[in-house]
Design a binder for this molecule. Structure first.
Ligand SMILES: C[S@@+](CC[C@H](N)C(=O)[O-])C[C@H]1O[C@@H](n2cnc3c(N)ncnc32)[C@H](O)[C@@H]1O
Length: 203
């Protein structure tokens, strides 16, 4: 899709969201890098899961591009906020509270996750704190992802250089990884990874 139409969709979503409650993650550099990556994919008619939907921006972006979207977050307020924005935009999303995949029984063509990835000793802010090396949620996601991908399905995952992405690639060699967007920030480099199951490559 063109940058212009992608920006147009984003503008609509941000207007519908209005002010975001302080407890809910407000879109940041990581979010917009995910949007740039998703803009390169054809999502129309696809069955999409947005894990950790937060303000709902990624799920809403796909829904406005005619995907069939499920948005999930551990925070009920994030789900309520996303539901309000969806109503204003006139799009339908399935929304549910879920601890990563805990309440998700089904499989998807496309699974998105912009995780809390900052290295932390505990979880003080659940929107950003990711445990040791910021990898707690990323590891849970990678462990459980294979059961939630349809045949030929892919996942789009944001990681930071703080998460040692090379060792993640080595540890999860059941996936084929490629980097589809990256951005250097002041103290880290963000990468958007595209993952598919290695034994599914022929699809
Ligand atoms: C960095 S924010 C990303 C929000 C939004 N997807 C975006 O790109 O702007 C991470 C999100 O993950 C959610 N989250 C944290 N722990 C979670 C868990 N165990 N299961 C599901 N979502 C979780 C947070 O509530 C937050 O909304």
């Amino acid at each position: 899709m063109t940058i212009q139409s992608s920006n147009e969709i984003l503008r609509k979503i941000l207007a519908a969201m209005g002010s975001i409650p302080p407890q809910v993650y407000a879109p940041g550099d990581d979010t917009f890098l995910m949007v740039d990556a998703i803009a390169t994919l054809s999502v129309e008619g696809k069955n999409v899961l947005d894990v950790g939907t937060g303000s709902g921006i990624l799920g809403l972006y796909c829904a406005l591009r005619c995907a069939d979207v499920t948005g999930a977050d551990i925070d009920e307020l994030a789900i309520r906020h996303t539901a309000d924005a969806a109503r204003l935009l006139g799009v339908e999303l399935k929304l549910l509270v879920s601890d990563v995949f805990s309440n998700i029984p089904s499989q998807f063509d496309l699974v998105l996750f912009n995780p809390p990835y900052l290295p932390s000793e505990g979880t003080h802010d659940g929107t950003v704190d990711g445990g040791p090396r910021g990898r707690g949620l990323i590891i849970r996601f990678l462990e459980e992802l294979p059961g939630h991908l349809r045949k030929g399905g892919i996942a789009i995952l944001l990681v930071s250089s703080l998460n040692s992405p090379d060792t993640l690639r080595d540890s999860y060699n059941n996936f084929e990884f490629s980097t589809i967007a990256k951005r250097a920030l002041f103290f880290e480099q963000l990468e958007v990874l595209r993952l598919c199951l290695r034994n599914d490559l022929s699809i």
